[in-house]
Design a protein around this ligand. Structure first.
Ligand code: FES
Length: 176
């Protein structure tokens, strides 16, 4: 026998109460899960990170030095690691230029020639000065370089910023 509680039966009241509690639990759990999945996007992960490429004191002035480092990039929920390298140049031990290691013609890795004091690209004869200026061959622009800063005696670079700028330049060239 069902008890009438002001217009609705006890069974109906209990059913609705259980449904309401279930909906509340689903909202809390679902909200937390949604927050977990959306948080990397809200935090802006995947944006540029400063990468430590070495002690500022370890680079002799006037001589480009190649360094290798791991570039870790987080895009939302996926983290990728990529081996990367760069050429570091300082003339005074205080200010640093960090070159992308790829030729600005078609992206071949270039090398430093300590005899001629020039960067040389083996693919099509591109030649760059120590400051990255094009001296010969088909490269259309000077060497690209990464944003760099020195903090606590360490050299920090932003690799993604250069890649983004290069892609943007490529896009605008393609649209022109
Ligand atoms: S890729 Fe370097 S000169 Fe062509």
């Amino acid at each position: 026998m069902e008890e009438d509680t002001g217009g609705i039966s006890r069974r109906t009241f209990l059913g609705r109460s259980i449904a309401a509690i279930g909906a509340l639990i689903a909202a809390v759990v679902g909200g937390a899960g949604f927050g977990y999945f959306i948080s990397p996007v809200l935090r802006g992960e995947g944006q540029d990170e400063w990468i430590d490429v070495g002690a500022a004191s370890s680079f002799p002035p006037g001589v480009p030095t190649q360094v290798e480092f791991t570039h870790r990039q987080r895009e939302a929920w996926v983290t990728t690691e990529r081996k990367n390298s760069a050429w570091i140049l300082t003339m005074d031990g205080k200010n640093f230029t960090v070159y992308d290691p790829h030729c600005t013609h078609l992206g071949c890795p270039y090398r430093w020639n300590s005899q001629t004091h020039e960067f040389e690209c083996p693919c099509h004869g591109g030649v760059f000065s120590v400051t990255g200026k094009v001296l010969a061959g088909p490269p259309p622009r000077p060497l690209d370089h990464y944003p760099v800063k020195v903090a606590d005696g360490r050299i920090l670079v932003q690799v993604s910023a250069l890649r983004a700028a290069a892609l943007k330049a490529k896009d605008s060239k393609a649209q022109a």
